[in-house]
Design a protein around this ligand. Sequence first.
Ligand SMILES: C[S@@+](CC[C@H](N)C(=O)[O-])C[C@H]1O[C@@H](n2cnc3c(N)ncnc32)[C@H](O)[C@@H]1O
Length: 326
Amino acid sequence: METEARALEGTRPVDDPAVEEKISFDKQAIPTHYDLPPAFFASFLGPWMAYSCAYFVDEDGSLERAEEDKLLLTAKKLRLKEDDCILDVGCGWGSFIFFAAEKYGCRAVGTTLSEEQARLVNTLAAERGLSDRIRADVLHVYEMDYPDASFDKIVTIGAIEHMEDLGRVFARCSALLRDDGLFLVHGMTQPWRSREETLAGIRTESDDLLEEHFGVGHWHSLWEVIEALEKNDFEVLDHENITNHYKLTVERWLERLIDGEEKIVGEITPEEKYREFIAFFASYIFSFEMNNTLCNQILCRKIKRGELRPNLPLTREHMILHSKEA
Ligand SMILES: C[S@@+](CC[C@H](N)C(=O)[O-])C[C@H]1O[C@@H](n2cnc3c(N)ncnc32)[C@H](O)[C@@H]1O
């Protein structure tokens, strides 16, 4: 894998005008959220800057510990090893790719639609002497133009919520993944009854709030995610429902925002944006509590009919985090 800086404008030709239109819409809408100053996100996220569900082995655990445990759990599920070549689709500020490179010696490419995020990842990689291992590209998920079969492991964490056509996304991921590779999809879904209403055009206040807050939101149901995976020849090896972990995560983000109000509003962000996040996080917590939003980790491998099945771990033991915070 080449890890030298590549042209940010690299694109995979997409010959469908409707898809082109969606790509340009996402490219202007998504960064309105993620291009906010990293200092603002740093004011409430943990030290890895993971902007997704953390993993609590203990209800009272700290965000710091839970954030790192989520990264560790993800790495364990993917059975990361030295020199694995990883693609992180929707990498944010690089939490997983830094973790994979620093703790396991992997090489990793992340994609994002935010120039700010990519700049920060590439700058931090250079500062930490990891430029030969880590790189972030500004690339829409539909445009991923890496050579086929270039990755040992592919992960997408907290990003399918922005992706409309999961069939297209997973078809590309399948092509990019080596035949013996692993693919982990971590993301929020809606229970089927809510999704059915959305598909029927019934919008709720929370749909409006979501779109306003993130620019683009697509809330699939779990079975739609699995259907799109299976239709693209992925076999689901493991599914873990982590909804309760996300409620605990957002509670901690909210606490930090409230505690930091004076500094954040005075120095980092306008009051209006600050209040929008407070309102959004409060509604998010409610949404988890009331079963309107769910969160999942789904581990897959590529399956080929008629091909000899590989040896796979017989139990889930290797992916369980046992220890509680000291
Ligand atoms: C909620 S953040 C999650 C970031 C990271 N995975 C983490 O756990 O911290 C969602 C990420 O998905 C990226 N994203 C959203 N839509 C995308 C798209 N269509 N193509 C590529 N990346 C996208 C955003 O730019 C952002 O980096």
